[in-house]
Design a protein around this ligand. Sequence first.
Ligand SMILES: C[S@@+](CC[C@H](N)C(=O)[O-])C[C@H]1O[C@@H](n2cnc3c(N)ncnc32)[C@H](O)[C@@H]1O
Length: 279
Amino acid sequence: MKNDVQCLSDAVAYCGAELKRFSDSPFLEAQLIVAFVLGISKESLYISNDEKISEDKLEEIVAFVEKRRNGTPFYYLVGKREFMGLEFKVNESVLIPRPETETLVEKAIEIADGRSLTVLDVGTGSGCILLSFVKYNGSSVGTGIDISEKSISVAEENARNLALSNRVKFIATDFRNFFSKLKFDMILSNPPYVKTRNLIHLKHEPLVALDGGIDGFELYVDLIRKAFRLLKNGGYFIVEIDDCLSAKTFDSFKKEGFLDIEIIPDLADKKRFVAGWKK
Ligand SMILES: C[S@@+](CC[C@H](N)C(=O)[O-])C[C@H]1O[C@@H](n2cnc3c(N)ncnc32)[C@H](O)[C@@H]1O
């Protein structure tokens, strides 16, 4: 009960109880919410457990919990998400970066092997893929494109926050209309791949970031063709998929002319990425 909340540990217990039906890890989230509202780290909660909580802060916590109970994702409420150990601003115009996408970036970094490359990120969203790739891969430079102008603004802000603006540029465009005289060494993409019928209850994340059409595969054929045309000879393309799309994606890579095609699992051992080379 809200009225029983006196100190920080009571606040955590209150939030945890309120979120039980709404979160996969209600008590962890409760700690994160209380820490966020108080502007302290989660770890410092342990030493401030008995500290009294003010009326104002308690009201803020109650309002936060109410928004969570209404379905707003936690990371939109805090406005940031960690990805590859870096902090990215997020809001409702971009997808919240997913941990499984880190495997795509790790694979790209492994392939790049410290070489200075020119990279294209198709459907850049918050910019998390491109920015973490260039951050960890020395002097590489890149371009991020996205159909959503609002997401391009977020990606640009993230580039400034990570001091990477001089190594990346972002362009608002449908990838199907994107042309470049300069070809790329590597193309990375996490396109929308959720079936439209699974998105009827979507309230907060942008539909355009997730909607992959009737079968989830709507953008892939055009994307794979485009990637082949935009790559240099010797270039590498890696794309995220739903695991049920692995065979179709593999076939499209093959049809387009990619070689040494590989299906790569994520950490949960789901077929999550397809990659290939333009020789
Ligand atoms: C699944 S989200 C990925 C966002 C980000 N790269 C990430 O991994 O978190 C897909 C992104 O593709 C963008 N997108 C959808 N259709 C597009 C198109 N036709 N051309 C360019 N971008 C598109 C969406 O706006 C969205 O930002």
